[in-house]
Design a protein around this ligand. Structure first.
Ligand code: NAD
Ligand code: UD1
Length: 323
């Protein structure tokens, strides 16, 4: 059944965006991607080929946004400078893209009467408060320019709803992982780093004693949350956590990856990262109650799937079989 006619995905050539694009194409939607390919890649859209229009451009380009949002049912806004480190070293640039870019996307959407905007926010807005699990009603405590920008995006979404009647839904992702997440820097997602270490037989670095915990959510579940947020009437104007409600210790994560990849390498321990949060876990009761969202991918299944993707790219894990 065709759910959407015409959609725009900003950042659709990136890790999460490209998985969303695949699902939208499978649903029969006419999909346009706006991406400047700063961290995204054309190859991420290989599987959808000519069914998607990829426009190489910037979310700060008003004329382009005006053109691309015309007659869209839904806009999924994923484009951002996602590196917290980069937001710390160049806060003005990340503000320009993440704040001004988001306002331009919202503005084009309200001018062109887009039905709904689904926005990628982050658990970073919670900061490092000790109370767990994190619920949407807790006060935000952003600790980086990136987190401030994600929070201000949520506020702009709410204000565009009140002032102009634009329907928005903001999704606070916890630690997303899965195929196509690349270990491009030491600050890339820990699963992408650990899996590439396992594949290439290199020891991982564990910062601190590895007792930190994270709520790892598979990209497939994040895509389902986006589709629900875009289609369910009750989601309009809401902010939801997107996680699993289950946390995994970093030390255990490496052990599981070794088990699944049939490898054995002792990790290297390094001092804790400055500002590292000890524990993070989502409360997903709001999205479960409102949108009937429950995560389907267990950490074992998700790691297997991620290893399989790296394995096919590298073919370096002797005897490894995807489950
Ligand atoms: P990603 O870097 O793979 O995707 C971001 C995409 O945006 C890239 O394709 C990039 O080329 C594009 N982009 C950047 N600046 C742009 C600009 N000015 N104009 C047009 N395109 C631009 O990262 P991702 O992990 O897929 O993140 C997607 C979204 O999810 C982001 O908004 C990010 O903040 C949010 N998020 C991700 C996580 C996670 O764990 N990966 C957690 C919380 C929130
Ligand atoms: C994540 C987000 C960040 C967000 C924060 C807020 C990613 C890549 N980063 O950071 O944008 O601000 O949530 O909740 O999704 N680790 C190792 N070895 C490594 C890499 C990491 O031990 O090689 C440890 C880290 O010290 C940390 C944990 O693994 O304790 C997770 O690290 P990481 O994947 O970078 O994500 P967060 O720090 O949770």
């Amino acid at each position: 059944m065709k759910v959407f006619s015409r959609v725009l995905v900003t950042g659709g050539a990136g890790f999460i965006g490209s998985h969303l694009v695949e699902a939208l194409v499978a649903s029969g939607a006419e999909v346009t991607v706006l991406d400047n390919l700063s961290t995204g890649h054309r190859r991420n859209l290989d599987s959808v080929g000519k069914s998607v229009t990829l426009v190489e451009g910037d979310i700060r380009d008003r004329a382009l946004l005006d053109q691309l949002t015309r007659s869209c049912d839904v806009v999924f806004h994923h484009a951002a400078i996602v590196s917290v480190t980069q937001s710390v070293s160049d806060p003005a640039l990340s503000c320009d893209v993440n704040d001004l870019g988001t306002v331009r996307v919202l503005d084009a959407c309200r001018k062109n009467g887009v039905g709904r905007v689904v926005m990628a926010s982050s658990s970073a807005v919670y900061g490092d408060g000790p109370i767990l699990p994190k619920t949407e009603t807790m006060p935000a405590c952003p600790l980086s320019p990136y987190a401030v920008q994600k929070l201000s995006g949520e506020h702009y979404a709410a204000v565009f709803g009140r002032l102009y009647g634009l329907e928005t839904v903001c999704l606070r992702y916890f630690n997303v992982y899965g195929p196509r997440q690349t270990p491009s820097s030491p600050y890339s997602g820990v699963i992408s780093l650990f899996v590439s270490n396992a594949v290439s037989g290199r020891p991982p670095t564990i910062y601190g004693d590895g007792s930190q915990t994270r709520d790892f959510v598979h990209v497939g579940d994040v895509v389902r949350a986006n589709l629900l947020a875009a289609t369910q009437k009750a989601a309009a104007g809401r902010v939801f956590n997107v996680g699993t409600g289950v946390s995994t210790r970093i030390r255990d994560l490496w052990d599981t990856i070794q088990e699944l990849s049939l490898t054995k390498t002792a990790p290297v321990f390094a001092p804790p990262r400055a500002g590292d949060i000890q524990d993070s876990c989502s409360d997903i009761s709001a999205i479960t109650q409102c949108l009937d969202f429950t995560p389907k991918v267990t950490i074992h299944q998700g790691l297997s799937d991620t290893l399989a993707w790296y394995h096919h790219g590298n073919g370096k894990i002797p005897g490894y079989r995807a489950q």
